[in-house]
Design a protein around this ligand. Structure first.
Ligand SMILES: [Zn+2]
Ligand SMILES: [Zn+2]
Length: 146
């Protein structure tokens, strides 16, 4: 879905330039970001929006489920992301806090057996995989070698 006006109309939200800018930014950024990062991104792309408007826009877009707020327990910040048609999981680097999306959901086969073993219908799941990205792992190994 690329037409932001159509997307907003579908959820009965009035089109505003700010809403379009935020949705476009999240679409470009592809990974969950902090509000600060979103603010930086808008400035860098010549679309500065004041912070209180960003917060208000995030609230209205998340109320209609176009964007999603998640809490990152490693960085202890709220992360904003576009609601993707298919869900995503991320590898989170504990050093630089980079988030790397993984291509598949490793939970699906596990959830299938949970549903049959426990007679339970799974509605949603979260998965957090933390560790070191290749750049940080390299840096660490250089430090320990000395
Ligand atoms: Zn890293
Ligand atoms: Zn999954």
């Amino acid at each position: 879905m690329n037409n932001t006006k159509e997307l907003l109309a579908r959820v009965n939200l009035k089109y505003t330039k700010q809403r379009e800018i935020i949705l476009d930014a999240l679409r470009d950024l592809k990974v969950p970001v902090t509000v600060e990062k979103l603010d930086d991104y808008c400035r860098q792309h010549q679309h500065p929006i004041n912070l209180s408007t960003i917060y208000r826009t995030i609230d209205s877009l998340s109320q209609v489920n176009l964007i999603h707020k998640t809490y990152n327990s490693i960085t202890q910040t709220t992360m904003i992301e576009l609601v993707a048609p298919t869900h995503k999981h991320y590898l989170v680097c504990v050093e630089c806090h980079k988030m790397i999306p993984i291509k598949m959901c490793p939970m699906h086969s596990i959830l299938d057996s949970i549903e049959s073993d426990y007679d339970f219908v799974v509605a949603s799941h979260q998965l957090e995989i933390s560790g070191l990205c290749s750049a940080c792992a390299k840096k660490k190994s250089l430090v320990t070698e000395k």
